[in-house]
Design a protein around this ligand. Structure first.
Ligand code: FAD
Length: 507
């Protein structure tokens, strides 16, 4: 009697193995434009299931791709082989300490937020998709959001991980991993490799506050310390599978004040970003008039009705927060006073309900951008996540606008202005060969400029399938060669989410 692959996996794992065509259809898409049908889906019930599945796949050289909620925008969670879905069973909060939380990867960020709030705490990275996305996906993409301006991205708050390697061996990984008696060979080899190249790592990374491109070797090693667990952040499941994570959590500030300012146009709003940063806001976000107009024409109640009456072409959302009311108010007042001749105040609020409502307008920007699809004209996302230093944001935006105008393209621009991280999508007619050929040309032009300015091609959304071919151009051949070495070290048979992060190789 012969067993099918699905039967084999059912024999070794306690969780469900789905191989019916309906399930395969559902898992064939994420929030990108790709469609790739997996051969089957495993829903592990615990870490030992993950170990068994990996061990089996390693022995047969079968590719494995971990999956959270599938909200990745670049095809990160898609594969034609085996998908491991963590949302069904491995979705719990395991421990809440005073300044940390331990969670399983399939936990939805919004559920974590609710639980932490009861204790007056929060885990700062706040993707607009937080009602759906999982902590595992956030780690693997190094997600961030509006408030990362003050608190950092997921990688900055990662304290420790449990990981299952491609051969099914599981390990706890933290800053002490290379000192332990029972040494983890992969981690000691990683330390040796990165120590030998410390110099090029220190010099070769973009000078920006957020970055999800390639592997974040710059966060793994510095002159004083080694943080091996951080190699898994931004790695898109290509080095190992996370089965639990210890994350730093922070006290919710006692006072928060959000002000929404209306500017005549995008460039006048961008021009004041470096000035506003001097007042240390915890968030500084931008919405261009495409999204603003959408809010008005759909009678959205997100921002004050004043928007209906004013000629605000572009909005800046600025939040100040802290535990001393006088300090928060002083920063807000000095900042808004000095901007009074350049903009109008659309709304200013400090109560929680208003803040939730107002942030809703910013949070829905991508959903709204997606709805700009008309027939075969779609908002295309290849250049949608670049980061430059905020001082260079004005020039970068000006060049983007010029490029859109030269090519007669409609577009949307919004994002994390304070970090220099713009989300922009041109509307492209995907049935027009001339326009689709334009996508690569625009990307080459924009990426080349961003890299020359010391920026990165992705601040938080990651590389996935769409941007993998551009990674080498960000870091150059030496660092890219290190990425390949790192991949070989952790995944010698190239079975962990192949085709992502490093262009495919097989030994
Ligand atoms: C409307 C919308 C708004 C968004 N807004 C933001 C935003 O503001 N900021 C932001 O940063 N991102 C944003 N995103 C992108 C996306 O939501 C985030 O990257 C999110 O964290 C992905 O989580 P997920 O659970 O959906 O992961 P998935 O898409 O399922 O997977 C993402 C990657 O994680 C890997 N992975 C998942 N679980 C594991 C695991 N246990 N071990 C190893 N690897 C694993 C997968 O293999 C894949 O490579 C947005 C997306 C949408 C659709």
């Amino acid at each position: 009697m012969t067993f099918s692959l699905a039967d084999e996996l059912r024999r070794i794992a306690k969780g469900e193995i789905l191989s019916d065509s309906w399930s395969r259809e559902i898992y064939s898409v994420d929030a990108s434009h790709y469609t790739i049908k997996p051969s089957m889906i495993a829903c592990p019930s615990d870490e030992s299931d993950v170990e068994e599945i990996c061990q089996y796949c390693f022995s047969k050289s079968l590719p494995i791709t971990a999956r959270g909620a599938g909200t990745g925008l670049l095809g990160q969670a898609l594969s034609n082989s085996i998908i491991i879905d963590f949302t069904r069973h491995m979705n719990k909060i395991l421990e809440v300490g005073t300044d940390y939380v331990v969670v399983q990867p399939g936990l939805v960020k919004g559920i974590l937020d609710k639980e932490l709030k009861k204790k007056g705490k929060f885990f700062p990275p706040d993707p607009a998709s937080s009602n759906y996305c999982t902590v595992g996906g956030m780690i693997a993409n190094n997600s961030s959001g509006a408030h990362c301006l003050a608190y950092g991205s997921t990688i900055d708050l990662l304290q420790e991980l449990r990981v299952v390697y491609s051969d099914g061996i599981s390990r706890l990984i933290n800053s002490n991993s290379s000192d332990r008696e029972e040494k983890d060979r992969r981690i000691t080899d990683l330390l040796r490799l990165l120590s030998a190249h410390r110099d090029i790592i220190q010099k070769g990374y973009p000078r920006v506050t957020k970055n999800s491109c390639g592997y974040r070797l710059d966060k793994v090693i510095n002159d004083k310390a080694f943080f091996p667990h951080k190699i898994f952040a931004a790695s898109e499941g290509t080095l190992g599978i996370v089965t639990s994570a210890r994350l730093k959590i922070i006290d919710i500030p006692l006072y928060r004040h959000l002000i929404v300012l209306g500017f005549e146009d995008l460039l006048s709003a961008i021009s004041v970003v470096p000035f506003i940063l001097k007042f240390s806001p915890v968030a500084l976000e931008i919405l261009d008039n495409t999204v603003v107009r959408y809010n008005v024409s759909n009678n959205s109640n997100n921002i004050n009705q004043q928007l209906q009456n004013e000629e605000a072409g572009c909005l800046l959302f600025i939040e100040f927060a802290g535990d001393k009311l006088a300090e928060v108010e002083q920063r807000l007042d000095s900042c808004s006073d000095k901007l009074s001749d350049k903009c109008i105040i659309i709304e200013s609020a400090a109560d929680e309900q208003s803040l939730i409502r107002m942030w809703g307008a910013r949070k829905n920007a991508l959903n709204r951008a997606m709805k700009l699809t008309v027939g075969s004209r779609k908002p295309i996302g290849l250049i949608e996540d670049t980061v430059v230093h905020p001082d260079m944001l004005y020039d970068h935006t000006q060049q983007l606008l010029q490029m859109y105008s030269e090519n007669k393209l409609d577009y949307v621009i919004y994002g994390h202005a304070g970090d220099g991280n713009l989300h922009t999508r041109p509307l492209i007619d995907i049935h027009s060969q001339a326009e689709t050929q334009l996508i690569d040309r625009l990307a080459n032009k924009v990426f080349e400029r961003v890299i020359r300015a010391g920026g990165t091609i992705t601040g938080e959304h990651g590389d996935g399938l769409a941007r993998v071919k551009y990674i080498e151009s960000v870091y150059g051949p030496e660092i890219y060669c290190l990425f390949r070495e790192v991949k070989r070290l952790f995944d010698p048979r190239c079975i962990m989410n192949p085709g992502k992060k490093v262009i495919q190789y097989r030994n």
